[in-house]
Each structure stands twice: as structure tokens, then as C-alpha cells.
Write a protein that binds this ligand. Structure first.
Ligand code: 9MJ
Length: 682
């Protein structure tokens, strides 16, 4: 590695090796889903590559990762002919439809023994064709009408799980591979969140997002979108001396050449096994992380495929069995507004119940005021509801043509629907907030629900309904009032028995002893989640220090940036909040002191540790917690700043990296011994 320290020192062989190394890391990350180096390491090597290429542009390799993005937008897309038409698929909607399909095949082939089928999840994206000559990606095109599509080579090259050059010496002379370009649900949600936050138009669904991202003339835009590829068939192949008997074998070869295939594909025999595969995938569908709209069944044998042939634009040997839709139309009955813990006012659509994505939906989020304006909702509108995976249902569009003539538009409220305080638009976000603060019953309720939740004060038996009841009947006005509740007062509430009242009072009493981290989290400071609360507690040790911390002091805490620091300052500068904290402490809420500033109690202060491999005596999370209690920062990857790596059996690249960087490596036994020493001294 020493020869790679400076770009100038990089010779041609080292450059070629660097390209191969980066491509291998990307392959492990994007195709195998098994990252082998931390992102920071990849980035460092990538920067080195760019430095070299800038100094020697004539030597840039065509498969260098830098070649994924073009530096100039296109003037327009060129039409290209597909040498072999890209077929579409017939659909089946039930077990009966599938049975009939298989019956037709058996009749045509005049056979009774069960047929073998390749079963594949049907991805819901954009179908493309990618051409490799002598292993090099030379052209990519959309399906278009099946015979003609648009050339999108530059955009397709930006997709990180598509190899620019096929792996292995056995790559074919010519390969035209087909598959789907799609966006994962998390990529789609993240993209839309950013779009909404900055007032841009979100995409309706991941398929539209993938299509819109590919239709860019500037490949730098495509490169910024989280697109992925999965291949499922071959249009043309020329591979001297090699032939394939069936589809599943050919897919295995595609994977050997570095192309991504769907790991859930299987071959099965007979119609019952096909239906069984459908049921298994239907059960997994919500958790897949990407949208699938059905299962594709393909006769596995190429010989039988050839004998069956095609009709019109679909092969006879394949069919798509559809899942229940993830988008449906329904009637918009009303729009209501929910007020959250921080006052955020979220519009929610009340809908005529509709079965979508496997459940009956009667409410869907409208996100925020901008989204409502964009959708231009009117009373009684027909709306498109989407529910995919475990993402909450959303209204993604309106069928404007179906709008009744005199339909009234919905207007976002100027005043909080709960406390009537003015609703204000957040300056930096697209969020509208009720300005009522603790005067607003909705915000008080949410604050209490958060306060009592498991990761906060963990008060068992105080469910959402009971909190609503306590606030609505004006028994409590803030979290501090919880500690004055008596069993006598509680039994006066509707549906509250003596035993439950006693249990609740006991649970509230037990919550008085907590930790500083849980207490800080329970306060519900905006942007302060569990991990940040723990970091703040560790850094300041006790509440007075945190209450009086300056912005600069807050910024020194791990993972605290300017936004979080400002929120913390704002929260503790508010006298109402301070009064509640004092009331809670007055009611006996307390925690064991953490000696943040005491060097004896924090012997690992300022050190960064990494834990990897399997620890037999304690889990990695326990190891992490104990290290943090001693003041160490525990990182996910090894860097030059690291102090020590605890490596159990099975440690991989982190171990070799620590050794290469000369960082101390200890095994679990040594670790346990040292822990005992430090913890004993406290
Ligand atoms: C999708 N969309 O996942 C095919 N597809 O095969 C799979 N589409 C297909 N196969 C021939 N897995 C034409 C289309």
C-alpha cells in the first residue's frame, strides 16, 4: 500500500490494481450486499484514483469507477432498435389462471410429467437492455415499445451495481442482458423526504422515481439517485464453445460475470410448487425493501421455450402472476389535522375504506401543507392511495377528471384545531406548527406519551387512551403532574379499576429512579433521540452542567451538530421547560450521578474503540455500553484515530486494517481483564 500514498507515486500497474480493488469493493457492496470496507476507506481510495486520473487523463481505464458519470448533459436521447424484441408478459390473477396456463403448456408440448419453472419476483421498475461487447458495457437502452427504445448508456453506467466490465475470463464475446432498473423503498422514501423538505415535487412511487431518474439528459442527476439493477433474461449471447440448457443455468453464469440477479429466484417442479412459491413471496413482500408486483414463472428449459414460441408480444413460456395492487383509487371523505409533540400539524386524509397493499386503509398521510397544495384536494375527490411495505399509507395523487363540479377545495388551517393558537410555518422546514406550546392539549398529550414510553421513563400501564383521558378531564396538565396522581383520583376515571389504579401508581413511583440519559430523552427535546440523549448525559455527567452548556460546549459532544445544539439550547432556555424539570426533581425523580468530569471514572475519555467478531462472554452491544460508560467513543470502523480493537473470532477486514494501521488489537479475555481493572477502580 505504501506505493499508493501519493498520486504521483502510482504507476500504471498500481493504477490498474486500484481500479480493480475499487470495483471489487463496489461489487461486494452493491451486488453481494456484503460491504467489505468502511465507506471512508472507499472514499479515500477513490480520491486517490481521481488524483491519478487528473494527472494522466490519457490513461483513464474504461472500467474506472470515475467513468460512471458523464461530464456533459446530452442534447436529447437517440432511438435504438432492439435486435431481438423485448417481450412483455401475459398476466395471471389467481391459482386458477396459473393452472390454466400450465394446462395450455402441457397440451402444446403433449406431456404430462411436471414441468420445471424458474420462479422470480417481478420487480416493478423500468425494463432495460444492456449490451456488453468483449465484456465491456457499450450500450444501454430502455424497452420502449419492445422493438425500439431510447439509448441511455451514460445514465445506466452511473448505477453502481452494474459492472462496466464483466468479471471472469470466460465473459462472452457479446451479451445483451435484460432486467429491471428500480429504486429501493428506503431510497425512494429518503428522496421524497428531501424533495418535500425543500419544497420540490415528490415522485408518486418508486417505479416513477426510477423512470424519472433514467430520463435525465444530465447523467450527474441520475448518479445522485439511488437506483439499482437486477437482470432476469438474455436477449443475445455469443460465447464461443459454450451453451446453456436452461434459464436458471444462464442466470448463474450472469452472476459469475458480476451481474446482479435476484437471490430469491428458485426453480420448482409443477403447478402446486409454483403456487407455494407465490404464497411464500406474498408473505415476504412487505419486508423485501423494494416493490414487487407479482411473480414471473418461466419454463426453465430453453428447448421447451423454443418449441413453445411467442404470440404477439409475449412469450408463451412465461407468465406474470400478479399480487394485490399497492395503489388503488378511493373517495376522499375529509381531511383532519393531527398535532404532534412538537406542534407539527400533519394533514391526514379520511378515506372510504379500500383494500390496498394487503390491508384495508381508511386513513392516509398527506405529509404537510405543501403536499396538500400540490395535490389540490377537493371534497369528495377520487384519490390514488399507495401502501407498500410497512410504510404508512399515503395519498399520492388525485384523479382531477373525476372531480364533482362544485367541489370545494380543502384549505390548510390558520389556527391549531386543538387549541386555536396560530399555526406558523417553520422557517427552515416545510412543517407547519401550532404555536401553542404547552398551552396546546394535543402537544401536552404527545409530550406525556413520549415521557412515559418504554425507552424514556418506562411507565407501564399508562397507555395513549389513558393519557388522553387524564388530559381531557384536566386531571393532569404536564408530565410533572403524573407524580401527584393517587389511586383515589384514578379510580374516579371511567373504566379504571382499583387494581389497575394501584398498579399504575406503583409504576409511576418506580419510574422516579432513572438514568440521566433516559431523563434527557424523556424530556422530548426536538432532534434529541435516544442516542443523542445518552451522548449528552455522558458528556455532561449531570443536569446542571447540561442546562448551562453553551453552544460551543454542546458542539463538542459526539454526534451533536449545529441543529441539535441549537434545539438543546432553545429547550433549556425556555422557563416553562425549566419549571417542569424542577417540578419533576421536586417530585423525587432522580438518577445516579455520572462523573463525566472525573478522570478516574472515565479512564477511556478521548479514546476511540472498535469491537468486531464474536464475543463469547458478552454481546457486542454490552461491550459497547461498558466502553462508553468508561468514556470511550465506540466507532463502527477502524481508522487511524482508533486506540484499540477488541477482536473476537470471525473478525475480518477490521482486524487486518487495525494491524495495517498499527492499532492495538486485543482478544476478549484481555478485554474482560482490563474492564475489570477499570470498572473496579471507579
Ligand atoms: C421482472 N419485471 O422482474 C421478466 N421480470 O422476462 C422478470 N420481467 C421478463 N422477468 C421476460 N423477473 C420478459 C419480462
Amino acid at each position: 500500500m505504501a506505493a499508493r500514498d501519493g498520486a504521483a507515486a502510482l504507476d500504471q500497474a498500481a493504477y490498474t490494481a486500484l481500479v480493480a480493488e475499487l470495483n471489487d469493493y463496489a461489487y461486494r457492496y452493491y451486488v453481494l450486499d456484503q460491504p467489505s470496507v468502511p465507506d471512508a476507506e472507499y472514499d479515500r481510495l477513490y480520491r486517490q484514483l481521481i488524483r491519478y486520473e487528473a494527472a494522466a487523463p490519457e490513461r483513464v481505464a474504461s472500467n474506472s469507477p470515475s467513468q460512471r458519470v458523464g461530464d456533459r448533459p446530452l442534447d436529447g436521447f437517440i432511438q435504438v432498435d432492439h435486435r431481438t424484441p423485448m417481450l412483455s408478459l401475459d398476466n395471471a390473477f389467481s391459482d386458477d389462471d396459473l393452472g390454466e396456463f400450465v394446462g395450455r403448456l402441457e397440451e402444446r408440448l403433449k406431456r404430462t410429467e411436471p414441468l420445471r419453472f424458474a420462479c422470480e419476483p417481478k420487480l416493478d421498475g423500468v425494463a432495460v437492455s444492456i449490451l456488453y461487447r468483449r465484456g465491456e458495457l457499450v450500450r444501454a437502452a430502455t424497452r420502449g415499445d419492445g422493438s425500439r427504445g431510447e439509448e441511455i448508456t451514460q445514465n445506466v453506467k452511473t448505477i453502481k451495481n452494474i459492472p462496466l466490465r464483466l468479471a471472469a475470463d470466460s465473459a462472452p464475446e457479446l451479451l445483451e442482458v435484460r432486467g429491471e432498473i428500480y429504486m429501493s423503498r428506503s431510497g425512494f422514501e429518503a428522496f421524497n423526504r428531501r424533495a418535500r423538505d425543500s419544497g420540490d415535487k415528490p415522485f408518486v412511487n418508486p417505479r416513477n422515481a426510477a423512470a424519472g431518474s433514467l430520463r435525465q439528459l444530465d447523467s450527474r442527476i441520475t448518479a445522485s439517485r439511488p437506483l439499482l439493477f437486477c437482470c432476469y433474461s438474455v436477449g443475445e449471447i455469443e460465447a464461443a464453445g459454450r451453451s446453456w440448457m436452461n434459464h436458471s443455468e444462464l442466470l448463474a453464469s450472469l452472476a459469475e460475470w458480476g451481474l446482479p440477479i435476484n437471490p430469491l429466484s428458485e426453480t420448482v417442479e409443477g403447478v402446486a410448487a409454483c403456487n407455494d412459491y407465490y404464497q411464500r413471496l406474498a408473505a415476504q413482500r412487505d419486508g423485501l425493501g423494494y416493490d414487487i408486483d407479482g411473480i414471473v414463472y418461466k419454463v426453465d428449459s430453453f428447448e421447451l421455450q423454443r418449441r413453445l414460441g411467442s404470440v404477439a408480444r409475449a412469450p408463451r413460456w412465461a407468465i406474470a402472476r400478479k399480487f394485490p395492487a399497492q395503489e388503488e383509487l378511493t373517495e376522499l371523505l375529509d381531511v383532519e389535522y393531527q398535532v404532534g409533540r412538537t406542534g407539527a400539524v400533519t394533514p391526514v386524509a379520511r378515506l372510504a375504506p379500500v383494500f390496498v397493499g394487503g390491508v384495508t386503509v381508511s386513513n392516509a398521510t398527506l405529509h404537510n401543507r405543501d403536499e396538500m397544495v400540490r395535490l389540490d384536494l377537493h371534497h369528495g375527490d377520487t384519490v390514488i392511495v399507495r401502501r407498500a411495505g410497512d410504510v404508512i399509507p399515503q395519498v399520492v395523487g388525485v384523479v382531477a377528471e373525476r372531480r364533482r363540479e362544485a367541489a370545494e377545495p380543502f384549505a390548510f388551517p390558520q389556527r391549531c384545531p386543538v387549541c386555536q393558537s396560530p399555526v406558523e410555518r417553520d422557517a427552515e422546514q416545510a412543517v407547519s406548527r401550532c404555536s401553542g406550546g404547552l398551552f396546546c392539549a394535543a402537544q401536552v398529550k404527545q409530550a406525556i406519551k413520549h415521557f412515559v414510553s418504554r425507552k424514556a421513563m418506562d411507565i407501564d400501564g399508562l397507555g395513549d387512551k389513558l393519557v388522553d383521558q387524564l388530559v381531557d378531564s384536566e386531571v393532569i396538565f404536564s408530565v410533572a403532574d403524573l407524580y401527584d396522581l393517587t389511586a383515589e383520583r384514578l379510580v374516579e376515571l371511567e373504566r379504571m379499576g382499583a387494581k389497575s389504579a394501584d398498579n399504575l401508581v406503583a409504576a409511576i413511583a418506580a419510574s422516579r429512579t432513572t438514568t440521566l440519559a433516559k431523563f434527557v430523552y424523556a424530556l422530548g427535546v426536538r432532534e434529541v433521540g435516544e442516542a443523542t440523549a445518552a451522548a449528552l448525559a455522558r458528556a455532561f455527567g449531570d443536569l446542571p452542567a447540561l442546562l448551562s452548556a453553551s453552544l460551543d460546549e454542546l458542539l463538542e459532544v459526539d454526534d451533536v451538530g449545529p441543529v441539535v445544539a441549537a434545539r438543546v439550547r432553545e429547550f433549556f432556555a425556555n422557563p416553562d421547560n425549566v419549571a417542569i424539570i424542577e417540578a419533576l426533581q421536586g417530585a423525587g425523580v432522580s438518577w445516579p450521578a455520572l462523573a463525566a468530569a472525573d478522570p478516574a471514572a472515565q479512564p477511556l475519555h478521548g479514546q476511540t474503540w472498535v469491537v468486531t467478531g464474536t464475543l463469547a462472554e458478552m454481546g457486542r452491544s454490552e461491550a459497547k455500553e461498558r466502553l462508553q460508560a468508561l468514556g470511550a467513543k465506540v466507532a463502527g470502523s477502524v481508522s487511524a484515530k482508533g486506540h484499540c480493537l477488541v477482536a473476537g473470532p470471525g473478525a475480518g477486514s477490521k482486524l487486518s486494517k487495525a494491524e495495517a494501521l498499527g492499532i492495538e488489537v486485543i482478544d476478549e479475555a484481555t478485554f474482560v481483564q482490563r474492564l475489570a481493572g477499570w470498572e473496579g477502580a471507579r
